[in-house]
Each structure stands twice: as C-alpha cells, then as structure tokens.
Design a protein around this ligand. Sequence first.
Ligand code: SF4
Ligand code: FES
Length: 255
Amino acid sequence: MNGENGTRSYTLRIWRQDGPDRPGRFVEYPVSGIDPNMSFLEMLDQLNEELLRHGERAIEFDSDCREGICGTCGVCIDGRPHGPVPNTTTCTLRMREFPDGATITVEPFRAKAFPVVKDLVVDRSAFDRIVQKGGFVSVNVGSAPEANTVLVPKDVAEEAMDSAACIGCGACVAACPNASAALFVGAKIRHLRLMPHGQPERRRRVLSMVAQMDEEGFGNCSNHGECEAACPKSISIENIATMRREYWLALLGLL
Ligand code: SF4
Ligand code: FES
C-alpha cells in the first residue's frame, strides 16, 4: 500500500452520460486516500465530494439501504454486475477487493429494458410493471395465523424463502447475453407457487407476468446461466425451470 495509514489509490474509468438521449463516454478520475475497508459506494461518495469541491457535476448513482437489501445500487464493475465478489451487492463490496493502483471500470447495467437515466443510474421500472401484473396475492388471507397452524413443511418454506430473497436488483438481466429477466420473474413466480396462499392465482400470475416481461423488451432465456452466477442472492436457475413448467401448465389449461 502506498498511501498514508495504508490507504490506496485507484484510477476510475466511469461512464458519464448527461441524460437518456445524450451520448455517453468514459471519463478517468484518479482517486487516492481510499481506506480499504470503505465500501465501493463510500469511495464514489468521496470522489463526488472532490468533484463538487472543484465545481464539477457529481456522478449520479442509485442507493438506498446500503446493506444488500433494497436492490437499487447495481452497477457493472470491470464488466461484472455488482463487481468481482460472488453473492455481494455493489453497496456491500469493499475496496480491499481491489489491489492498490488498479484501474477500475464502472458503468451502468446495459439492457434495452433498463434505459440509462443519467451516468450510472438506469430505469428499472420494467421490473415494477412485471410485479404489478401478478407478483402478489389479492385474495384476503386474514391476519397472520398462529405459526404452528400453517401446514407448510419446513423444507418447502425454506425453498420459498430462497426465491423470496430476490431483491430485484437487475444484475441477472445485465449479466445475460440476451438481457433476459427470466431469473427475476422465475423467482417471483416460484416463491408464490410454493405457498398455499399463492395457489388460487397461479394461472393468471404466470401468464400475465410472462406477457409483461416480453412486452418490456427483455430477451429470451437460452440457458447460459450467467444470471445465476451474477445474482447477489444466489437465486438458482431452477426458478426459471419452475416458471417454464408453470407457463406450459397454464397454457394447457392444467392449472
Ligand atoms: S434474481 Fe438475483 S440478480 Fe436477478 S433481480 Fe433478483 S436478486 Fe437481482
Ligand atoms: S443500496 Fe440497497 S442493495 Fe445496495
């Protein structure tokens, strides 16, 4: 480490774009005094303070929870959605993962259905519109029942929870060569498919969510598996198989 108190220096190549219809380009920024325990977003905060001190426009990026929960913060780091560390969101990524002196390339998620708003910010409202088509339960299930009266086997509840862990970040779309949203949609469908209160609307749910996914301009899944590798929540591609099975059962009138 070459800085004071073990701090590090980097060259950042960051995508700058003034608006959705403006051309974008990479701009290089040297940064120094970076504590290895800083998060990636804290490092960007430090750069932004420096830019503002010099009267320049800050780099736009999204974040909210900064704890890997909300799914807003995703960017591509050195070509990988959320960066080089598996099962880690951009906000929970630490600068110690990058060697001192490294050049780091940062750009927005690239997908037709996720248009760039500004710099690193993309519009992921296509996901919201898919969920609005069926990623919910509209029957009245009353208030929360006493846990021991709900007859859901533990392994099934855990499987449902594994799917429910999807935070809607969009890394699966950014990683897929077809920009497919199949992992995200599959996770939403499998989560409710496994639970008793998800049964009455199974048919409508899968047909309308898949139709909306196609309408939003996401590509088709061709089993590359890049989505699963990029997912910070370890959502399995088995969720895509479940979605396909549900879809065909619905088309055949078997749901
Ligand atoms: S499936 Fe994984 S990568 Fe895709 S939106 Fe959900 S959490 Fe993000
Ligand atoms: S800011 Fe919420 S998941 Fe990263």
